[in-house]
Design a protein around this ligand. Structure first.
Ligand SMILES: *[C@@H]1O[C@H](CO)[C@@H](O)[C@H](O)[C@H]1NC(C)=O
Ligand SMILES: *[C@@H]1O[C@H](CO)[C@@H](O)[C@H](O)[C@H]1NC(C)=O
Ligand SMILES: *[C@@H]1O[C@H](CO)[C@@H](O)[C@H](O)[C@H]1NC(C)=O
Length: 474
């Protein structure tokens, strides 16, 4: 026997992401004709959805004496395969053990991603469904939306308690021959639950926007066309064609502080897809570059650009030790593009934020992190005086800095022939490579000082007092 199979075509709704589990009454109380109509109804109802992971996943669980999972949520990822499966379901007959089937449904719907919207669609003749209240309540607490279609009015109250509100769109009682009239409404109700924002703006600057979508095309099965334009201004639309394997696009050369509308049209020779659209507003133009230079142990120079004196009223620079230091603010006129922040802590990370206050009242900011240098070591350390002979010492020091010009030494000198006269101050300049020298005719208890000499002048040095040698006086 050949199975006649006809595929139902409909316009693809690339709208949604979620799980839809059909709970189909397959018991003996359902007439054979009724059962086939239910399956056909499900086929038409689900026909527009893109199927599979990242789209809509559909499973079918049959209610009989024992539940029968006809196919799980991961089985069908295209309409052809789903529709074939729906057309070849055979009826179980037997009792209407809905409760047992609901336990299986609960397992299937709760083991998957909990953030995914989930729908349990119960198709029943409404005859003796059994005690379903408890499991239905649990399912609803677990975030499952329960919708029901019944063909007999008898157990309306049971169904009424079973579905999630709103009743008007989640519960349908209809004669099986008229079931087609509820297709649109029920599909709308399902879409409301599983609708996903399909074209999203994931990154926005003053001049660009990155749009992202869930891929619906395969590489060779088509291409995307993106078109965008600023809203309200009747300028020409910008259009770009993107390969079928793309899932994002960056729109560049946009105007700042402008609302755009963008439309993505998947073009395929196999299916008809609807166009997705999104509106977004680009950021107000602010500093696009903030940089740091001349960072010392206590200061940082911050520069920014570009200057926009026509739009910007003033800049403020906020800075504080990261993450928890006090934040200080300086305000600068609109023509200034750098400032020196001083009085900072050495070896500390600072968060520096430059904000442009625009004339229209909007503010735009950009931040950078910058570190001050470790506190500099003193230029000199470890100054020693080593007695050598009568009134002579060897002066030894260590240098910690590069780039010195030399050293300046000073000491008190005693004229060897006139011990009674006052010592005079002598000084000596030594080249940068020096680390020691010998001083003669040192006065008793003389101060000996060594200072670093920079190109800008003499720096802070170190001093030592020579030991008083008793024999100096003999
Ligand atoms: C998409 O396909 C093109 C070739 O058609 C290839 O060059 C490109 O790398 C692919 N991109 C991705 C993201 O796979
Ligand atoms: C974008 O804005 C226009 C005009 O306000 C509106 O008609 C349209 O529905 C919006 N589109 C989206 C996707 O929000
Ligand atoms: C700051 O302005 C000066 C001229 O006023 C310019 O030379 C310099 O490049 C600007 N710096 C930045 C970071 O824009």
């Amino acid at each position: 026997m050949t199975v006649l199979f006809s595929l139902v075509f409909c316009k693809a709704l690339n709208c949604c992401e979620g799980d839809v589990l059909l709970l189909l009454d397959s018991s003996g109380s359902v007439a054979n004709r009724e059962f086939s109509r239910f399956l056909h109804f499900a086929t038409i109802l689900l026909c527009p959805f893109s199927l599979g992971r990242g789209h809509v996943r559909v499973g079918l669980l049959q209610v009989g004496t024992n539940p029968n999972l006809e196919f799980g949520l991961d089985v069908h990822n295209n309409q052809e395969s789903l529709q074939k499966a729906l057309q070849s379901v055979s009826q179980l007959q037997g009792d209407t053990n809905t409760k047992a089937a609901l336990r299986v449904a609960q397992g299937l719907l709760t083991e998957t991603d909990e953030n995914m919207p989930k729908v349990l669609l119960w198709l029943t003749d409404g005859v003796e469904p059994g005690d379903v209240g408890g499991v239905m309540a649990e399912l609803k607490v677990q975030g499952v939306s329960v919708l029901a279609v019944s063909t007999v009015h008898g157990n309306y109250q049971v169904l009424q308690r079973a579905v999630t509100p709103p009743l008007e769109s989640h519960l349908y009682s209809v004669d099986i021959d008229d079931i087609d009239i509820i297709t649109e409404d029920l599909r709308e109700a399902i879409i409301k639950i599983i609708r996903a924002e399909r074209l999203r703006v994931v990154d926005l600057t003053s001049h660009s926007a990155v749009l992202q979508w869930r891929p619906v095309l395969k590489v060779d099965s088509g291409y995307y066309e993106i078109s965008y334009n600023s809203l309200g201004k009747a300028g020409p639309e910008t259009k770009r064609t993107l390969s079928g394997n793309s899932s994002w696009v960056e729109l560049t050369n946009l105007q700042p502080d402008t609302t755009y509308t963008a439309a993505l049209h998947p073009e395929s020779n196999q299916r008809l897809f609807n166009t997705l659209s999104v509106n977004f507003t680009t950021h107000v133009l602010g500093p696009t570059v903030v940089s740091v230079s001349d960072s010392g142990s206590r200061q940082i120079r911050v520069s920014w650009g570009p200057l926009q004196p026509a739009e910007v009223q003033r800049y403020t620079v906020e800075y504080g030790a990261f993450p928890s230091g006090e934040v200080l603010t300086v305000t600068l006129p609109s023509q200034q593009n750098s400032t020196l922040l001083t009085g900072l802590q050495p070896g500390t990370q600072y968060l520096v934020t430059v904000s442009a206050l625009h004339r229209n009242g909007k503010e735009r900011a950009m931040s950078v992190r910058a570190c001050t240098q470790e506190a500099a070591l003193p230029a000199l350390s470890d100054l020693h005086l080593i007695p050598v002979e009568h009134q002579e010492v060897q002066v030894v020091w260590q240098a910690n800095q590069e780039g010195l010009k030399g050293y300046w030494l000073s000491w008190e000198r005693q004229n060897p022939h006139t011990y009674t006269s006052k010592p005079s101050i002598s000084s000596l300049y030594l080249p940068a490579s020096s680390r020691s020298t010998r001083l003669k005719h040192l006065a008793p208890s003389s101060r000996v000082c060594v200072s670093p000499v920079y190109s800008s002048g003499r720096g802070e040095g170190l001093c030592c007092t020579a030991e008083r040698h008793t024999d100096w006086l003999s």
